[in-house]
Design a protein around this ligand. Sequence first.
Ligand code: PHB
Ligand code: FE
Length: 332
Amino acid sequence: MALAMDLVRSSEPDPINGYRSFELGEFKLTRDAYFATVDWPAKGQRHIHKLPIDYFLRAMMRDVAWGFFYGWVNFDHIFGTKNLYGTVEMYAGRYNEAYHLAGLSYVETFDEPVIMATFKAILADWVNAGFDPFAAPEETSTSVFGPKNGNNFEAIERTRLNTQRMPGVAGDSPLRDEAAYPINRHFLDVPQDDPVVRAEPGFEDQLSAFNLFKYLSRSDVTWNPSVTGVCKASLACPTTEEFILPVFHGNDRVEWFIQLSDHIVWDVQDKETGRPRAMITMRAGDVAAMPADIRHQGYSPKRSMLYVWENATPGLPDRYESGELPVYPVEF
Ligand code: PHB
Ligand code: FE
């Protein structure tokens, strides 16, 4: 992994557990055998917060792979990042009503390359051999715990696939190589037939179709939408889900979900305060618009297929924040 280490402030490896600690502004991040610890200044002291290390690394992996995503990536109810597109806000307690009102919250904004380089360096140092933060818990090892034991650069260097056209169309990303991407154990019943395409002579490079269910059945990652189709600002981002979405995503725009198989339970909360808004069970065929003023976390008890539809129209966050656009796409 190309690491811009000159942007990173880190310590020497801890003599007992072998892990480095990192600083971003006034934030300090450390890890031990079981926990990531974040600490920050509040009320004249250092306030500390602990997250289980497997959970923390799964969240950080998504934040890096998604380039800080749209809006808020809450690692949990306390700690996370808000994408300001060019700079990134890092916060502790700011979007937790109780912490914020108690005066314990803290926010600092960093240039995107600095926080990205630091997060990548943390992943490089804190992910042990054998642990894949993109994998479902049943599919990866518990080597994430304990003292430092090697690395897993191969797993953490995966980034989200971005297509310019459609997978399989000449000049764009190839469809998944079937030998390299076996059918996931939970999708053995997914038909693997390919559509028949008969193009007029001369149009062979322009007309294409593929079996999206087959494509997704061979995905080797969880909770990592691939931008599989782009039409102007409309991004088709299907993904396969198992266990917990490792972050509470706070929307800065409306997002649509189409549940393609199985089911996901969504915990929906107020974006600003974390107050509960709804628990929603989406079964295969269900469609939902997630409003622009919520945060959400999904629970998928077995691997399922979800179609996430994103609107990349420039300037949307400001238009929602100013109230120009209603937070719902449709008023009934
Ligand atoms: C979301 O925050 O909307 C989201 C993120 C990752 C997924 C699915 C949904 O895999
Ligand atoms: Fe979301």
